[in-house]
Ligand binder design. Structure first.
Ligand code: IMP
Ligand code: MG
Length: 177
């Protein structure tokens, strides 16, 4: 392996991701069988790979859009800044947020509040991984969940540490900085 550090140990292997994305997309297709369009709102950057895999497995017609958020660490309120807003109007449309990970849950909760204020026809969230010790799914606003993982720093499949590792084809855990 070229210089650049050890390969992060696997937390969710590639074939598990593929299998689970298939299951999630089947459930989403069932739940949205009656709608003629679903707006997928990917949260940049971490959700880009999960969203692209999910979108390719869904049968319900989708529109893809993105938001970019940043949170100020260390502030108790977990202030969230909208770095890039949607291009789509979501009023009266069915919206599914696609997020990489729920840790404290603040990001998803605040994003849901923001989108709800725009009065979509429906609003739900699909999250790839939830860390152990995070708020329960209903509290965090997670309707579809890929995996529960231990409380580690997860990298790969879109997730980064300091912008590294996003391209790993599996979810791993950071062991060294
Ligand atoms: P929150 O604490 O649930 O608000 O998560 C905030 C954001 O931090 C998530 O959307 C991720 O982008 C990022 N994040 C939290 N935990 C991890 C991790 O283990 N690996 C990579 N990014 C993470
Ligand atoms: Mg994120």
């Amino acid at each position: 392996m070229p210089a650049g550090g050890a390969r992060p140990p696997e937390v969710v292997p590639e074939q598990e991701l593929r299998r689970r994305v298939g299951e999630l997309s089947a459930r989403i297709d069932e739940d949205y069988a009656e709608v003629d369009e679903l707006v997928l709102v990917g949260v940049l950057k971490g959700a880009f790979i999960f969203l692209s895999d999910l979108a390719r497995r869904l049968s319900v017609p989708t529109v893809v859009d993105f938001v970019a958020l940043s949170s100020y660490e260390g502030t108790e309120a977990g202030e969230l800044r909208l770095e890039m807003d949607l291009r789509e109007e979501v009023r009266d449309r069915h919206v599914l947020v696609v997020e990489d990970i729920v840790d404290t849950g603040a990001t998803l909760r605040r994003l849901r509040e923001l989108l709800a204020s725009r009065e979509p026809a429906s609003l739900a969230a699909c999250v790839l991984v939830r860390k152990q010790g995070s708020p329960p799914r209903d509290e965090a606003g997670v309707d579809y969940l890929g995996f529960e993982i231990p409380d580690v720093w997860a990298v790969g499949y879109g997730l980064d540490y300091d912008e590294r590792y996003r391209g790993l084809p599996y979810v791993g855990r950071l062991t060294e900085v």
